[in-house]
Design a protein around this ligand. Structure first.
Ligand code: SF4
Length: 390
């Protein structure tokens, strides 16, 4: 089976719980960003204290609504945003203490935080290490100042120049970065120069994304007004195809379309989204999936703090949702178990027929109930996923 050696095989694992907490503030709102986030400059958020109180209130209210989640063991916590490294370590510690008092934690719980380069320094990582955070991901995007300017991202030259040293001497060993390709004005060579720096540093996790144009963003308005160019799609396709082989040479497993990890260093929290595991989503703009239901919070920090926790829950529909996440995985997974657990008999038959058709066309391998995409599927992935989800 292509690439199968040394890779974990993902399976249905829905008795644990993940927790995602959204901290919505950033130094500056980037032009391409469609997450719920607000640029507030260098100062801390005025409402940090009350926002963290509201997180605790929301957790308690979700538990009242779904008492059975108290019996679950938390095995991943993810502080995302926005820029969670803009909040103090003390606030995160208190929230972790609260979660530990409310739930039982697995002994090897993955506790991640996203950090922006302007906040990254050795002292911050020491603080995170001391409060139990054991995974850090840094949103680098590009080391090219003109690329950062194109993206409308804040650029702090000293912090960007020191980030490899800070990450390689980190007391937290599970570290990774996000890099983006296809930014107009940033050449293919320049992207590979950045990537090589991180490959040589032997970081255990790399998220390598193509720049996308999202509706409603400043970037999308600038493209409509002919002020900025669209992402470089030709460069993106070339890089997308080249990455798996290159990263394999450096010992990375390609486990999701945009994510590569040294064996055992995958983001277990993000895997929950792709393998349809339940998670609590806390904070403004956060979404959760719990006890067969989904919910979403308002994309507005003050509304989130003022209003009662929303009790609008929608039943999940695995027949349309499962394919959209599961088939983003490029590492092997036990597809028959997923199908058996989540789908009705009619949908099951449709999935199995479609998958067998893909195998005949050489897009995937299926062996002993285990599915794995072949790299031939990569450029067709969106269409193939659409085919199985319709
Ligand atoms: S730092 Fe991240 S979350 Fe904040 S605006 Fe930029 S891309 Fe969005």
């Amino acid at each position: 089976m292509e690439l199968l050696d040394k890779q974990s095989i993902w399976q249905v694992r829905n008795s644990y719980l993940g927790v995602y907490v959204h901290f919505p503030y950033c130094f500056k709102k980037c032009d391409y960003c469609d997450f719920y986030s607000e640029g507030i400059g260098a100062a801390p958020a005025n409402d940090e204290k009350s926002l963290f109180k509201s997180y605790q209130k929301e957790i308690s209210e979700r538990v009242i609504h779904f008492p059975e989640i108290k019996n679950r063991t938390i095995d991943t916590v993810f502080f995302g945003g926005g820029t969670p490294s803009k909040a103090s370590s003390k606030s995160w510690k208190e929230l972790l203490d609260f979660l530990r008092s409310e739930f039982s934690f697995a002994s090897d719980t993955e506790i991640s935080i996203e950090v922006n380069p302007e906040d990254l320094n050795a002292k911050l990582l020491e603080e995170y290490h001391s409060i139990g955070i054991n995974r850090v991901n840094v949103g680098v995007q590009t080391l090219e100042p003109k690329g950062l300017e194109f993206l409308g991202r804040h650029y702090d030259a000293d912090r960007y120049n020191s980030l490899v040293d800070v990450l390689t001497s980190s007391p937290i060993k599970r570290v990774g970065i996000d890099l983006m390709y296809g930014i107009p004005g940033v050449t293919k060579d320049s992207f590979y120069r950045d990537l090589n720096l991180f490959l040589e540093a032997d970081l255990p996790h790399l998220s390598l994304y193509s720049l996308t144009l999202e509706k409603g963003t400043q970037y999308s308005r600038d493209v409509t007004d002919h002020k900025k160019r669209e992402p470089e799609e030709n460069i993106q396709s070339e890089i997308l195809i080249q990455l798996p082989e290159l990263l394999k040479k450096f010992g990375y497993n390609w486990y999701e379309v945009s994510n590569y990890a040294k064996p055992g260093f995958e983001s277990r929290h993000n895997l929950k989204y792709w393998t349809y595991e339940p998670y609590l989503g806390i904070g403004p703009g956060a979404h959760g999936m719990i006890a067969g239901h989904r919910y979403g919070n308002p994309r507005n920090a003050s509304l989130y703090q003022k209003k009662e926790t929303s009790t609008k829950y929608e039943r999940i529909d695995p027949s349309t949702e499962l394919s959209l996440t599961l088939f983003r995985l490029f590492s092997p997974f036990r597809y028959l178990d997923f199908i058996e657990t989540y789908l009705d008999s009619e949908t099951k038959i449709k999935y199995i027929r479609t998958i067998e058709g893909w195998e005949k066309k050489g897009y995937c391998s299926i062996e002993a109930g285990v599915f794995q995409w072949k790299s031939t599927a990569l450029l067709l992935l969106d269409d193939l996923i659409l085919e199985i989800s319709l």
